[in-house]
Design a protein around this ligand. Structure first.
Ligand code: GAL
Ligand code: ZN
Length: 689
């Protein structure tokens, strides 16, 4: 894997604190007040110019850099660093005047219009040229400006539109397929075109998966998803390479949206290898009463696509957003908990959308660091306080998060599983990933995410929430992991198809039959709302070297909904079996001893309590010690040169005591700690020991 060349914003010594700054929406008199208040809040960096293409280049080739010159000078004079954007997410009106064909087309054949943002066909040569031209101007003009710490390319590639079905994209798709398959014979075989008479005899006959009367070819759709990711990524790389060449030394990033609920179309494993510094945006799902779990999962995913290295939270919100159906305000203290949870999980700071609330435009009801209410407001006071807290945490920079276990995640497999005509609409990869992640959060385990073909041997436990598409290489990897002593926990409907959405030969789950020691004779989805019971299956007890033992006997009754299977064990032992439902009496949760390790299989869509129980059993099997902490206390550890940092975030309404792993100093209060870290309700504490 390529490592980032410049892992952090140039010349930024403290943690990054600030937000998107759009001074072009305000008269210049306001700018002086902005920088004064930024200093008051402890702001260290702001993101500028993200949506400013039309202001910087009001007509093709005519540039107006004066305002940006003055702005960058002003920031520099106040010691605030700039994350300077290439404005390529919103081409100006004049661009579309000449190139209406660069507006993206939907699957149904409808062309989008100018008037919002992100209306881009990523295969458009005209867009690529215009984007390169403005990027080149910025790189030449500001590549040595002392305020510039980071390049922010584009904005959130992948949303709101990533795929395009226009003729230019169709031609690009054919070129991409030509490189992938070489010959039509290969393509026909990979796409299974013998089915429904889809055989292709000329490249020109191949189209993107446009609107079809009924289910389209799944292999074609899956390749289109891959193609879209590559086409968008190529545009990032083009700008990045220009910036590297013309403005060397300044790291290049772009803001990801790793939360599975926020961007579905980008394969961030691929993106993580291309940026100098991984950066992410995260927005709470406001109505989720435990939204801190979605946040933690996104942060863990982001760190994982950064290869475990530090990353940067480039956007989140101080309060409500404006684009959800009900935009709930954050509760007192929630802002700091959110920010510090990202920092705990590897972010080197906390940035927001945006600095000053907009008076006009689509986002005028979005919260900001400086809200419409002004400085006499709770949000502003919390912003100032957070600036101080981040200041006190500067020494954690470069420290690395210590994970207990790994969870596999693969965007390609998710794309494949989401296609139409699956055995049940109620079984969804994202839902399973979030459900198993929640169980691990509740068990106070810190997990890294890993690609199914990644090196796993250093993890005692690997959880596979959903891996419908499993390549031969991934199957070998998992088998080796178990044989060498790992504990693998696989959830239902994994190991089913290969990279072309073709079922692995023989009984399900073809790619994982051997490692799991079983076969699935038939899927047995349930009716909507139906649930089944699972009962202890009389498994065995594993003696430990020290005379203790691990109980593997299924303990009590579990429940599952939506999905069950007819499982036949071939070497695995049954730990829980179905008490009722279509597979009554059959194995439900199994464990297979293979080589020096064990592979667990969960053939049902377990509910929350069932997930907790099975995860606990597999964790014990993997030798992980149980953490006894209050349910709503989040505990994460970063390890660095100056020490170990134990972050404890109390999301609950009662004060909590967290056992300290050693004596040390609490960084936010300066208090010395001997054996217990006291964490008041709603607050965060960071122990250095
Ligand atoms: C982000 C976007 C920002 C702003 C924000 C509002 O997705 O990058 O520009 O729109 O959402 O929550
Ligand atoms: Zn297109």
């Amino acid at each position: 894997m390529d490592h980032p060349r410049y892992p952090r914003p140039l010349g930024l010594d403290p943690l990054a604190y600030g937000g998107d700054y759009n001074p072009e929406q305000w008269p210049e008199e306001v700018w002086a007040e902005d920088v004064r208040l930024m200093r008051e809040a402890g702001v260290t960096m702001v993101s500028v110019g993200i949506f400013s293409w039309a202001l910087l280049e009001p007509e093709r080739g005519q540039y107006e850099f004066g305002w940006l010159d003055r702005l960058l000078d002003l920031l520099h004079a106040h010691g605030i660093r700039a994350d300077l954007a290439t404005p390529t997410v919103v081409p100006p009106a004049w661009f579309y005047r000449d190139h209406p064909e660069a507006l993206p087309v939907t699957r149904e054949g409808v062309r989008h219009s100018f008037g919002s943002r992100g209306a881009i066909c990523h295969s458009s040569p005209a867009y690529q040229q215009a984007a390169a031209a403005v990027t080149e101007q910025l790189a030449r003009r500001y590549g040595t400006h002392p305020a510039v710490a980071l390049w922010h390319v584009h904005n959130e590639y992948g949303v709101p539109v990533s795929d395009c079905y226009c003729d230019e994209s169709a031609a690009h798709f054919r070129r991409w397929l030509g490189e992938r398959y070489g010959t039509l014979k290969e393509l026909n075989s990979a796409w299974g075109t013998a089915f429904w008479g889809q055989l292709y005899t000329r490249w020109d006959d191949i189209q993107p998966p446009r609107l079809t009367p009924t289910a389209g070819n799944p292999a074609q759709q899956l390749d289109y998803a891959r193609f879209t990711n590559d086409a968008v990524l190529a545009n990032f790389k083009r700008e990045r390479d220009l910036l590297h060449r013309l403005a060397p030394g300044i790291p290049v990033t772009t803001n990801f949206m790793t939360a599975l609920s926020q961007c579905q179309s980008m394969d961030y494993w691929a993106w993580g290898r291309e940026v100098d510094l991984v950066a992410n945006d995260h927005y709470l799902v406001a109505e989720d009463p435990r939204s801190q779990i979605n946040l933690a999962m996104a942060a863990d995913l982001t760190r994982s696509v950064a290869g475990g290295r530090p990353w940067l939270l480039l956007e989140h919100s101080t309060g409500a957003v404006n684009w959800q159906p009900r935009n709930l305000a954050k509760r007192p203290g929630e802002l700091a908990r959110n920010s510090l949870a990202h920092v705990a999980r590897g972010s080197e700071g906390a940035m927001f959308f945006q600095w000053r609330a907009s008076r006009y435009g689509a986002e005028k009801f979005h919260s900001a660091m400086l809200p419409h209410a002004g400085t006499d407001s709770r949000i502003w006071r919390e912003v100032v306080e957070l600036g101080q807290e981040l200041g006190a945490l500067a020494e954690i920079r470069d420290s690395l998060v210590r994970a207990d276990a790994a969870m596999l995640w693969d965007w390609e497999s998710w794309w494949a599983q989401r296609l139409e005509w699956r055995p049940s609409v109620d079984l969804d990869a994202r839902e399973r990933a979030e459900a198993w992640y929640t169980a691990s959060w509740d068990a106070h385990l810190t997990v890294d995410f890993a690609h199914p073909e990644a090196e796993l041997s250093h993890y005692p436990l690997v959880v596979v929430p959903a891996l419908y598409l499993t390549t031969e290489a991934a199957a070998r990897n998992l088998r080796q992991y178990v044989e060498n002593g790992g504990t693998l926990l696989v959830s239902c409907f994994s190991g089913i198809v290969d990279e072309h959405d073709t079922v692995h030969p023989g009984p399900h789950p073809g790619a994982l039959r051997e490692v799991l020691g079983l076969r699935v004779e038939e899927f047995a989805p349930l009716r909507a709302g139906e649930s089944v019971r699972l009962e202890g299956g009389g498994g065995s007890v594993r003696p430990e070297d020290d005379g203790a033992s691990v109980r593997l006997e299924g303990d009590g009754e579990l429940r599952a909904g939506a999905w069950t299977e007819f499982v036949v064990t071939e070497g695995a032992e049954t730990v829980w079996r179905y008490a009722d439902g279509p597979a009554a009496g059959g194995p439900a949760v199994t464990r297979h001893a293979l080589g020096a390790g064990h592979a667990w299989y969960v053939s049902a869509r377990l509910d929350g309590e069932g997930l907790d129980r099975v995860l606990r059993a597999a964790s014990a099997d993997a030798g992980l010690a149980e953490r006894r902490l209050p349910r709503d206390v989040e505990v994460v550890e970063r390890v660095g040169e100056h020490g170990r940092y134990l972050f404890a975030i109390n999301h609950g309404a009662a004060d909590a005591d967290v056992p300290a792993a050693g004596p040390g100093v609490e960084l936010l209060t300066g208090a010395s700690v001997t054996d217990t870290l006291a964490v008041p309700a709603g607050r965060t504490r960071v122990l250095r020991y």
